[in-house]
Design a protein around this ligand. Structure first.
Ligand SMILES: [Zn+2]
Length: 78
């Protein structure tokens, strides 16, 4: 006798604020690809860009990465 599998529909959705871990941000230098620390304190994450510029005066382009909590919500079986 074989095993039967039932497929389920799932929805990916942002977590509600009350139950979610905090949003975190990190900055990446777009000139060399180095990443700063990921931190829920945006100012702390941004401080890395100034330190990096001081060490690399031509690295003036950055990318912000945001870490947003999401969750999977189970739906109907197919
Ligand atoms: Zn850089």
């Amino acid at each position: 006798m074989g095993t039967r599998y039932r497929f389920r529909n799932w929805t990916l959705t942002p977590k509600r604020e009350a139950e979610a871990e905090p949003v975190k941000v990190a900055y990446e230098c777009a000139d060399c690809g180095e990443m700063g620390p990921t931190d829920e304190n945006a100012e702390a994450a941004q401080a890395w860009t100034f330190d990096h510029l001081r060490e690399n005066p031509r690295h003036v382009n950055c990318r912000q990465h945001s870490v947003l909590p999401y969750t999977m919500i189970p739906g109907d079986f197919q």
